[in-house]
Design a protein around this ligand. Structure first.
Ligand SMILES: Cc1cc2nc3c(=O)[nH]c(=O)nc-3n(C[C@H](O)[C@H](O)[C@H](O)COP(=O)(O)O)c2cc1C
Length: 179
């Protein structure tokens, strides 16, 4: 079990890119999370909703906005294995910017656990809005955690962001984990 844990939320399907919508087999944030994995060797957990957001971009926007407006905490399909939280010292939390903040299923996940005393590094992919208020909302959902300066990556650049992610992780003292 690793002391650094990578958790991500991402959505394959229709997504925003400069010049129009594209069909993604792997979501942008999933790419970023896999780069963080290759740089740390850390365990990875994907946040899956019990009822995933639609693949259609505009339908997804509507559903996510409804969740935001209702401060919903949508049900998740699965949770971390027992003992993972106890072992974890640093959480690399990767998610897209949805409506200026994190997707509500990310708050479902965070609020389910006690992150106090852990370090949280937020990595947000976005379509131009950067981190938005992700850091503040993560901090509110993880009381007692140390929220470090996050990294914002334009979604369509995520696959080429290995160096940026490496520099950011190194700045926070995170590198390849020893076995
Ligand atoms: C429901 C929804 C809301 C979004 N809201 C924003 C936003 O407020 N600001 C922004 O910069 N990008 C926004 N985007 C674009 C995503 O943040 C961006 O495409 C992200 O990289 C998608 O990551 P993924 O492919 O891992 O799901 C939104 C996308 C969706 C689907």
């Amino acid at each position: 079990m690793s002391r650094t844990l990578i958790v991500y939320f991402s959505r394959p399907g229709e997504n925003y890119a400069p010049g129009g919508l594209v069909q993604l087999r792997i979501g942008y944030t999933a790419y970023a999370a896999s780069l963080a994995e290759s740089l740390t060797g850390a365990d990875v957990f994907r946040i899956d909703m019990a009822e995933p957001y639609p693949e259609d971009y505009s339908a997804c926007c509507d559903a996510a906005k409804a969740h935001l407006d209702a401060a919903a905490r949508p049900a998740l399909a699965r949770w971390l294995e027992e003992g993972v939280i106890e072992e974890c010292r640093t959480l690399i939390l990767c998610c897209p910017n949805y409506w200026g903040t994190v997707p509500m299923p990310v708050l479902s996940f965070l609020e389910h656990y006690d992150w106090s005393g852990r370090t949280v590094l937020p990595l947000v992919t976005h379509g131009g809005g950067g981190m938005g208020r992700a850091a503040e909302d993560i901090a509110a959902a993880a009381p007692g955690a140390f929220i470090k300066e996050g990294l914002a990556i334009p979604g369509h650049e995520a696959a080429g962001a290995k160096l940026d992610i490496q520099l950011w992780l190194t700045a926070h003292g995170i590198g390849m984990e020893e076995d």
